[in-house]
Design a protein around this ligand. Structure first.
Ligand code: FAD
Ligand code: FES
Length: 249
């Protein structure tokens, strides 16, 4: 287990914080770490900052993520990793589509060649607002309180996705599934970062399986061609007890 002191805590929104810490390990965009939250267990977190210092961006859901959020400067973070297949990095024109806390894993990809779509339920849920250094940023909210009112799959055609060399997507699975459908005709040069229940992070427990692969080792980033063939993407997943549950679209 690695440990590092938290250097900075940034309140991104009322429910989301970024924790920055020193770690000399090379980490690539799309990779994640398993964080031990004392008394709660381990949860996977994407690296939202891969330079110096490194960082994670945590949204509060249940007790583990809420406890992690309460940590601050000087507290010790315990974790292992980095794990997972990273995004394919290119120099050309990128379209980056992040919904909710999904924008966290995409942030390290952003450069001056990027068009970034950031969506959230409402204005106060938009993270990194005013901090993303891209060629173009398009904000969307479900309720229209900021930016365009609507969902990424409804407006993606307006930015002409075929003009981009590569497309990267991360967010709730229902949103990613609809974006996959909206990108009809595209079978390569697009990658999605998936989320499944992860317990070990290293290929032992199988809790993260999807279509016969283990997402912790062969994901979380998967290509659009594989996702088009998937029987489970956007359909079903295993919950923490191993029961198969339907994904609400
Ligand atoms: C590879 C990977 C990378 C991840 N990266 C990040 C990250 O960068 N930032 C981050 O905040 N989280 C990230 N997550 C999610 C994170 O690991 C936890 O699942 C999340 O923090 C909730 O954990 P919890 O135990 O606190 O809540 P739980 O007790 O698991 O859930 C509490 C409630 O919240 C709901 N819930 C849990 N997760 C979600 C979700 N993602 N969307 C909507 N509702 C949810 C549950 O259905 C439940 O009702 C990542 C997950 C994976 C697999
Ligand atoms: S999380 Fe255990 S096998 Fe993937």
């Amino acid at each position: 287990m690695i440990h590092s002191q938290i250097l900075e805590r940034i309140q991104e929104t009322p429910s989301t914080v970024t924790l920055k810490f020193d770690w000399i390990e090379k980490v690539l965009p799309g990779q994640f770490i398993m964080i031990w939250v004392p008394g709660q267990g381990e949860i996977p977190m994407s690296m939202s900052f891969t330079g110096k210092p490194k960082g994670i961006t945590v949204k509060a859901y249940g007790p583990p993520s809420r406890q992690l959020q309460q940590m601050g400067r000087g507290d010790t973070l315990y974790f292992r990793g980095p794990y997972g297949v990273p995004f394919t990095e290119i120099r050309g024109a990128k379209l980056i589509v992040g919904a909710g806390s999904g924008i966290a894993s995409l942030l390290p990809l952003v450069d001056r060649n990027s068009t970034v779509m950031v969506s959230a339920k409402t204005e106060s849920d938009l993270i990194y607002r005013g901090k993303i250094n891209a060629k173009r940023i398009i904000y969307l909210t479900d309720d229209g309180t900021y930016g365009i009112k609507g969902f990424p799959d409804q407006v993606i055609k307006d930015v002409h996705p075929d003009d981009f060399e590569y497309i990267y997507v991360c967010g709730p699975e229902a949103m990613m599934y609809k974006v996959l459908l909206a990108l009809k005709g595209r079978n390569d040069r697009a990658e999605f970062s998936l989320e499944r229940s992860m317990k070990c992070g290293i290929g032992i427990c199988d809790s993260c399986s999807i279509d016969g692969i283990q997402l912790c080792r062969e994901g979380p980033v998967r290509g659009i061609g594989w996702l088009r063939e998937s029987k489970e993407f956007g359909m079903t997943k295993l919950d923490r007890s191993g029961r198969r549950v339907r994904i609400e679209l």
